[in-house]
Structures are given as C-alpha cells and as structure tokens.
Design a protein around this ligand. Structure first.
Ligand code: SF4
Length: 523
C-alpha cells in the first residue's frame, strides 16, 4: 500500500479513477494513456481505481457495496492520495463519482472538504461537453485534451502544493484549460433561466478548451491487458483527432476540432520501432477514414505482417482499395453509420451520404466476402417523422436485397446487426437548441421499428433503453442545480425513478425545453 510519505517521498500520489467497472476502464484508450503519461513523470506516482459494483453499460443495476475503494496496484484507499483524478467519458457515470467519494468517507461537495482531504479533479469528454451538473462535487476540471494540460496543471500544483493543500486554489485558474467552479457565480431568474454568470478574480471569464497543436510529436498507443479478452490481441494507435465533416448531431465531431492527422511517417516509425507483439493493429480516431494516407498506411501495416482493424469508416470512403485492405486485414465485420433512413433526414443532419453510396459500399464489401454488417441508426432526431422511421426499414430491406443478389457467389448469408440509439441533443452542436423528443414518442417509434425488423431474416436488433436517454439528456443539458438531483439519486441507492419523483427540481426543464438562442447556456 502507498502509505503517506513513507514510500512515495515527495512524489505527488494520484488516484486515476474510472467511475465504472474495471473491464470498461481497461478498454478506454484515453484513460490508459493518461495513466502511462502520469507515471512517466519522476515527481508523480499514479495508480488506477475503478468502481467495483455490478453494472451494465454505465447504468447501475444494484445498490453500491459498502467496501472501501482501493487502488488496483497497491490497494491504497482514496483518502491517502494527494489528488483524485476522475476520467468521465459518459454522463451516466456521474452518480458513480458520489458512490466512490462516499464509500471512501470523503465529503461529496467541494465546499465541505478540509485540508486533510485530497484535491478532486475531473476531465474527459463530459467535461468538454458540460461539467456543470457535477460542478459542486469537483474542485477543478481540466477542459480539453489531456497531454499538455495535465503537465501544466501538475507543474502549477507542485509550485503551489502547500497553498493548494490548504484548499487555497487561487493559482489554479492561471493554468489554461483549468476550470475551478468555486470561482464562478451563477444567478437565476424567476423562470429558472440563468440570469448571469460571472467569474470571480483571478478566474478568466471563459475557460478555453485546450487542444494539442502538433499531435505528431505525441503518439497515443495502447495494448489491452489480458482481462479485456475481446481485444487482448489488438494494439491500438490513434491516427487523428477531430473530424472535418461537421455532422450536425455529433458532439465528438465539434468538440474535438480542429481536424489533425498524425503523419504516416511517424505512425510507421513508431510501429517499426516498437514492433507490438499483438496480431492486429487497430487504427483509432474521430475521422479515421479521412486520414489522407489511409490506404498507403494500411498497406504498409499489412506488409509488416499485422492484421488491421478500423474503429469506424465513413460509408463514402469504402472504395475497392479500402475493401481489399479490409479483406486482407482479416476484417469479418464492418461497421457503418447511415444514422437516418431517409435522404431528407440524412441531408438535414448533414450526414452527407446518399442511398446509392450506402448500397454501393455494401456491394463492394459483399463482393469480397465481408458478410457481416453493423449498422447504426438514431431515432428522435430533430425534424424526424414516422415516415423517416419507415424509411429505416426500407433501407435495411434494400441492404438485405443487395446482399441476397450475391448469394450464388457467397453461398451464405452474413448477419446484419442494427443498433438503434435514441438521440440526445448535445451541447456545443448545432442541435443544442432542440429539446429531447418526448420519451413516449421515442418508445412508440422504437417499438414499431423493433417489431418490423424482427420479421426480417438475418437481422439482429440492439437498442438502448429510452429511460437512460432521458437521464443522459438531463445530465448533459443540466446546470449546477442538477447536482441536487444527483445527490438524491446517490442517497436513494441509485434509484432514479424515486429520486425524480421526490426532487423539487423539474427535470423536464433541462431535457424537454428548447433553448432560446439569446439565453445564457450552462455550458
Ligand atoms: S463523420 Fe462521424 S465523427 Fe465526423 S462529424 Fe460525422 S458522425 Fe461525427
């Protein structure tokens, strides 16, 4: 166990916490690369902590256990670290932060912590999107990409260690990208809208999200531990960040801008130098298929003797050349995201792909015996009607028809897995002004589509539960007042229906209210 001061000397002891099950955190590239990066500093010792309760997909299914959370490496309890650093990719994990703090005997609210308590910081995608619903629980957020940001933060922490230890945070807002909620005063109108939001000196009016200008100099690479059985034979390398496409619904596309590519030369140099022992190299990025050298890069990786896998591919990028690479690379299943069934709705969300391109991509893959398709669709998009849902069914039938026309060549049918996700209008996207579609309407559309697709042979349907869509909407669109609801959910052992009923806060105010372009937004 890392005991205070005894083994770690003057090093800063950081608990890097993923507030979900170990199997989920172990497969998260951002979490694992941050862990490696922190431990590469001579003045830091970093250990990982996960939530040890049965869960499914970030959603709690049983009350938390009462056991003391400890780090994986040395079994150190959270209270013995200097810094607790939460990495939070999904809003549905917010309540798990409270579970971990409470199980550790630490005060939940930042304002209640004493000099003897660790500093609690948070980062990850949810901090980019909207940190406000958890602002009262966090001492400081790191907004943006982690590499330079965490280095600058730690340098400032070390220079001001004594003052910060006494909970004097005045040095922290000076670090670009660091948001200290206690330095921001929020006031509300009678109607519940934010009337003013002002920064208390020394905090800046707006905290600027930090991005790495030159990602070529920092290769992000990760191999999975044995426990991640699904991926244990794969090494992941990030090829780009951001996406040039600008689909109107996509938070990742907007929040990770600008679009930046790692050069083929530096990626290959890294792979040749390190020679990963895994059989497959997985190429990861928000816009993998828009990498300017994707084809030559993939061919080089194949020539090094690896199989190859892509995190996602734009449908309009599935050319003969790319399909040949997929085939040679051993890819048996390809994931495609038409997102909407009708051309009208695909144009409205600016997906920028046509039905001809979708069917042509399917044809190109089937000709190479790549028979399994994973298709992603959303329901509840702004402007969607029941006709658009009917068109999802029609499109899937056309895809099946394309597959069947090759049956005499392939002699077998692959599987079409259709994943349907209810859409949540996310902050910082052009659709942020729209409300969540009424949950009953989402349920009606989802149930019609599931029933219709259940009659289609070789089509398997997966769908997110609409209940979690509502919670995700209120947590991604909520302001600081949503923290009171999170606290209640925590006190009720994760029981959302009971907490929503008991809460004086109207959750529909966040989930169902269209935002006026003139109002002050929480994010
Ligand atoms: S292409 Fe994909 S990653 Fe890029 S903006 Fe569209 S949905 Fe997002």
């Amino acid at each position: 166990m890392l005991s205070k001061g005894k083994y770690r000397g003057d090093k800063v002891a950081i608990a890097l916490i993923y507030p979900n099950q170990p199997s989920v955190g172990m497969a998260n590239l951002g979490f694992q690369t941050l862990y490696q990066r922190l431990n590469s500093r001579r003045d830091v010792v970093c250990e990982r902590v996960f939530l040890e309760i049965p869960e499914y997909g970030g959603t709690r299914v049983s009350p938390p256990s009462r056991s003391l959370p400890r780090s994986q490496e040395s079994g150190t309890p959270l209270g013995d670290f200097d810094i607790l650093a939460f990495s939070i990719p999904f809003e549905n994990d917010f309540v798990n932060i409270l579970t971990l703090l409470s199980q550790s005997g630490l005060p939940l609210e930042s304002s209640q912590r004493m000099p003897s308590h660790p500093l609690v910081i948070a980062g990850g995608m949810t901090s980019f999107i909207n940190p406000e619903p958890i602002a009262p629980f966090i001492d400081a957020f790191l907004i943006g990409e982690g590499e330079t940001l965490i280095e600058n933060f730690l340098d400032t922490y070390l220079e001001n260690r004594e003052a910060i230890g006494k909970r004097d945070f005045t040095a922290l807002p000076g670090v670009p990208g660091v948001y200290v909620p206690r330095f921001y005063q929020i006031d509300y109108n009678q109607d519940g809208l934010i009337s003013s939001r002002y920064a208390v000196p020394p905090a800046p009016d707006r905290v600027q999200k930090q991005t790495e200008k030159d990602i070529d100099g920092i290769i992000t690479f990760y191999t999975f531990p044995k426990e991640a059985s699904e991926f244990s034979d794969m090494a992941i390398i990030e090829v780009n960040r951001g996406c040039p496409r600008g689909c109107r619904f996509c938070a990742a596309g907007y929040l990770c801008l600008p679009f930046r590519n790692r050069s083929m030369e530096s990626l290959l140099n890294f792979l040749k130098k390190t020679r990963p022992k895994e059989k497959t190299i997985g190429l990861l990025g928000t816009g993998v298929s828009d990498h300017p050298d994707l084809i030559p890069l993939s061919r080089e990786i194949l020539s090094l003797g690896y199989r190859i896998s892509f995190s996602s591919l734009r449908i309009d990028r599935i050319t003969d050349d790319l399909a040949d690479i997929l085939k040679k690379g051993g890819q048996k299943t390809v994931t495609m995201a038409p997102e909407a069934g009708s051309q009208r709705l695909r144009d409205l969300i600016r997906k920028d792909i046509t039905e001809e391109q979708i069917l042509s991509a399917v044809d190109t893959l089937i000709r190479r015996d790549i028979l399994n398709l994973k298709l992603y669709f959303m329901i509840g998009l702004p402007g969607e009607t029941m006709d658009d849902i009917h068109e999802i069914l029609a499109l899937i039938r056309k895809i099946r028809h394309t597959i069947l026309t090759h049956r005499h060549e392939t002699r077998r049918l692959g599987r079409i897995t259709v994943t349907i996700s209810p859409y949540v209008p996310k902050p910082a996207t052009p659709f942020q002004w729209f409300p969540l579609m009424d949950l009953n309407e989402i349920k009606k559309r989802l149930s019609w589509l599931k029933k219709a697709l259940s009659k289609e042979p070789n089509v398997h349907v997966l769908a997110d539960l609409p209940k979690w869509t509502y919670i995700q909407a209120l947590l991604s669109r909520g302001d600081r007042r949503a923290a009171t609801l999170l606290r209640r959910v925590h006190e009720n052992g994760g029981n959302w229906p009971r907490s929503l009923k008991e809460s004086p806060l109207n959750p529909d105010f966040f989930a169902y209210r269209p935002h006026d372009t003139g109002e002050i937004l929480p994010w």
